[in-house]
Design a protein around this ligand. Sequence first.
Ligand code: DOR
Ligand code: ZN
Length: 366
Amino acid sequence: MTSSDRPMNDADPGTQVGRRLTLRRPDDWHVHLRDDHMLAGVVNYTARQFARAIVMPNLSPPIITVAAAKGYRARILSAVEPGLTFEPLMTCYLTDTIDAGEVERGFSEGVFTACKLYPAHATTNSDHGVTDIRNIHRVLEVMQRIGMPLLVHGEVTDRHIDIFDREAVFIESILAKLIEDFPALKVVFEHITTADAVAFVEAGASNLAATITPHHLAINRNAMFDGGIRPHFYCLPIAKRETHRLALRRAATSGSAKFFLGTDSAPHTAGDKEAACGCAGIFNAPFAMESYAKSFDEEGALHRLEAFASENGARFYGLPLNEGLVVIERQDVNVPSRLATSSSEIVPFHAGEKLGWRFVPHDEPV
Ligand code: DOR
Ligand code: ZN
């Protein structure tokens, strides 16, 4: 089936679209695939659902050279199971001393698709991140000139700022100025979690966009404390109160081309999460599209899922839309409480829940 002879999903906008939803194959514009055993255990969950993914560079050590990105890309591709087509899009981790020439060369050779800005100490493996935006002004000038997107982890790192305010304070104290200083730079405000971020992105020019995760559409901060501490709902930026979740749902389902899919799937072993100082990150790759479909369905906006998942991001990055199609069908699916990889167990997002959607594998007759 090609995209021209498939059923139209928006024939019945705002209500239901029937039992099956056929979409252009989606992309994940923000994912953590890790390396070594963990990479082998997680990459195929992403490759089964998505044609391409923007791969985060926060390995230890981080990806800061063209050679390191090429090597990592090769390791990812060799871990993808036969029969799947998947294109990892590599990113460069910005440090205070990053070489602007290396960034430009990586972009012009087609190795780097974007650069990632982690404020130093904001999250997992961000110790080499940027301590002051002024330190990367030269690189940002180059990126602006060559049209290379900047992907931003938008949280301040000052421990005196309340953790639930760190995204809003980042907008006021850093992002607004950055955008003023580099008005033509393409910026993706990653994994937004607040109504403040939604409003900021909506008010910006067309070179400012945002990704939204499945978990921030599904949970608010109560999920972390429901009858006890629930480490599998802890991620950064942390989930906020309900009004923010609703603002994210409105943005994702609004039809605006500024918002697109980025799972921020961030696997950690069950042991690393269920610890006295548990790691931040939610592993949502195994049921990512099912989770998005559930949220869009609840908003009566399944007809808007395809643009969010399969069109807006590619257009923002200036990449072609995917040719293939995927099918998601209404069917109860039980999400396992744990998934075993060759070396460890990981708890997926929605563990133990029943989801009303099933992603149909590409090799299953439809
Ligand atoms: O929750 C998160 N986990 N947020 C991030 O920004 C990083 C990620 C990770 O790498 O585990
Ligand atoms: Zn991330």
